[in-house]
Design a protein around this ligand. Structure first.
Ligand code: PEP
Ligand code: MN
Length: 372
């Protein structure tokens, strides 16, 4: 179990990050050559907004014939970056041997990739290798939207004695049709933050987006949600990149991104703002209470319908009626600017509960199930 008060927020990890509202990590998907890495690092360092250089040295690739990283020698190049810039460095580790080499070559922060987080055996091996070591660890979400697996990885690293832990939201493998490479299910990092208030959560718009087109939109969304940092892939010549070519920004594009991004205050002391917010929240509280009461009324009617159907020996699911409910409510919602998918999901949830209720009633009336 993670004791929330033990966790050390990212802005307290190093003096150069001190009290930064948003910590920025950038750099190439993969270190490819000394020149490519140094040029990228120097160019992004000039922007003045980047705190940490990222570079994959060992790359987890889907297919064996893809570029699998330059390996060990990349760590020497990263040490040169540290001599020539003020940037901290972070590298993905997937095995205890990777950790050992990173520690030997003064990598400042380790990161655990999405594929590794998905595998508790691997995370446990990394945790064993980290026992007694004081190095910060970033943990990306697992490929599937399984918050338990993500928490499990955080716990394993925490149990190894690491208190400088942060999570990275990099989206989830999409089974649905989507324009993103990985779907940002924002509710999952929000739930994680609700469970662990002191856990810093960063966002990786590059791996969510999969191409440069949506990076601004996703990064801004992360700032709007008051996330603690961003990890954005940048390459001196993205077209030539050996991995993730379509999602890497040039240093100029990165600079341009920062000129557009709006940082939000986490709160405001302004009393006018506070008074207005209180008023809005009162409206929301009142509307939520009404929604709950209406749902209770609806369920009462559902109960009566259940009894009535049962007495008349009629099946619970009436497909035509359900289709009609869906289409009329969606149309109504669209007129009021409610997105189709939102209304559909809400109705599906309500309908599922209605079916459950009616099934219970039918079983009870048939004496098959006793309900307290
Ligand atoms: C990466 O950051 O380059 C990477 C491999 O990311 P992920 O683990 O999120 O797929
Ligand atoms: Mn990548």
């Amino acid at each position: 179990m993670i004791n929330n008060s033990d966790l050390i927020p990212i802005r307290k990890w190093f003096p150069s990050l001190f009290e930064k509202q948003t910590v920025i990590i950038s750099g190439p998907c993969s270190a490819e050559s000394e020149d490519q890495l140094l040029q990228t690092a120097l160019a992004i360092n000039k922007i003045g907004k980047i705190d940490i250089l990222r570079a994959g040295i060992w790359k987890p690739r889907t297919r064996p014939d893809n570029f699998e990283g330059v390996g060990y020698k990349g760590l020497f190049w990263l040490e040169k970056v540290k001599e020539q810039t003020n940037l901290l460095t972070t590298v993905e580790v997937a095995t205890p041997a990777h950790i050992e080499k990173c520690l030997k070559h003064n990598v400042d922060i380790l990161w655990i990739g999405a594929r590794t987080t998905s595998n508790p055996f691997s995370v446990q091996e990394l945790a064993e290798a980290l026992k007694g070591v004081d190095i910060p660890v970033l943990i990306k979400n697992p490929l599937n939207p399984d918050i338990g697996l993500w928490i499990g990885a955080l716990e394993r690293i925490y149990n190894a004695g690491i208190k400088k832990i942060a999570a990275i939201h990099r989206g989830f493998y999409p089974f649905e049709e989507t324009s993103f490479r990985n779907i940002p299910k924002w509710e999952i990092p929000i739930e994680l933050k609700t469970k662990f208030h002191k856990l810093s959560i960063l966002c990786d718009p590059s791996h969510i987006s999969g191409n440069t087109e949506y990076i601004y939109e996703i990064a801004q969304r992360a700032l709007d949600l008051n996330m603690d940092g961003l990890m954005i892939e940048t390459h001196i010549n993205p077209k030539k990149a050996k991995s993730d070519a379509s999602q890497q920004l040039t240093p100029d594009e990165l600079e341009n991104l920062f000129s557009k991004l709006k940082y939000r205050k986490s709160n405001s002391e302004n009393s006018d703002f506070r008074n207005h917010l209180v008023q809005y929240r009162e409206q929301i509280d009142s509307l939520d209470a009404q929604i709950i009461e209406l749902l209770a009324q609806r369920m009462n009617i559902v109960e009566q319908i259940g009894k009535y159907k049962s007495q008349n020996n009629v099946a619970i699911l009436q497909l035509k009626r359900w289709e009609n409910i869906l289409s009329t409510r969606i149309k109504h919602g669209l007129k009021l600017n409610l997105p189709k998918q939102f209304v559909k999901k809400l109705l599906q949830l309500i309908h599922k509960e209605s079916i459950t209720k009616q099934t219970e009633i039918m079983h009870k009336m048939n004496g098959k199930l006793s309900i307290n």
